[in-house]
Write a protein that binds this ligand. Structure first.
Ligand code: E4P
Length: 220
């Protein structure tokens, strides 16, 4: 399973990248706004910076909602760097845009996916990635990881090539569950990635190793 970080914060991307386990980045308009990035020029410059920081795919989301404008925006985003993936919402115009960009050889990420039916449409359109939102499905008392399992099953039966990118991840447990469910990629906040490190037995075990070593190797 590939590991993406879900942020537009350059420091956090660098911190995750320095661990040597990062395969890519996803952003969305809310994450860009959180970093105070506004205006087309600044937004494009920021995506360029992110794309330069990581050796992996970087999802940059279109803001337009009609086919013609989405395509124009998608082409502009794709032109920024080879590793830019154009993120497109799951709408009728979005699916048309994904089909068009796929024909043009541009990688896409179909976002705001909440059902297996939507996942089938995105695969048919040739999306590179599909982003089902695990946490937001859980938020409405439904089963986010159950949705990942259902899509994994359908894609496997049908032989669809679209990679399932578990998004809206809220905890280290979600990451483990997405891996068990068969997601191809997981995109998560830095806090969830860092949470995977934690285990009290690792901490106490290391403290004991160092203590025992110290007993016999005291510097004189
Ligand atoms: C990523 O592609 C999504 O935009 C993101 O994971 C949404 O996460 P949220 O539901 O925590 O905002």
């Amino acid at each position: 399973m590939k590991f993406f970080i879900d942020t537009a914060n350059l420091d956090q991307i660098t911190e995750a990248n320095d661990l040597g386990i990062l395969d890519g980045v996803t952003t969305n308009p809310s994450l860009m706004a959180k970093e105070g990035i506004s205006g087309e020029d600044n937004i494009l410059k920021h995506y360029k910076k992110i794309a330069k920081l990581v050796d992996g795919d970087v999802s940059a989301e279109v803001i337009s909602t009609d086919f013609k404008s989405m395509v124009a925006e998608g082409l502009k985003l794709a032109d920024l760097a080879d590793n830019i993936v154009v993120k497109v919402p799951m709408t009728k115009d979005g699916i048309k845009t994904i089909s068009y960009l796929t024909e043009e050889g541009i990688n896409t990420n179909c976002t705001l996916v909440f059902s297996a039916g939507q996942a089938i449409l995105a695969a048919k359109a040739g999306a590179t990635y599909l982003s089902p939102f695990v946490g937001r499905v859980d938020d409405i008392n439904w089963d986010g990881i159950g949705l990942i399992k259902e899509i994994v099953k359908i894609y496997s039966i049908q032989g669809y090539m679209t990679e399932i990118l578990a998004a809206s991840i809220r905890s280290p447990l979600h990451i483990v569950q997405a891996a068990k469910a068969g997601a191809d990629v997981v995109t998560c906040p830095l806090s969830s990635i860092m949470g995977l490190f934690n285990h009290p037995l690792t901490d106490s075990g290391l403290a004991k190793f160092l203590e025992d070593h110290g007993k016999l190797n005291k510097s004189k």
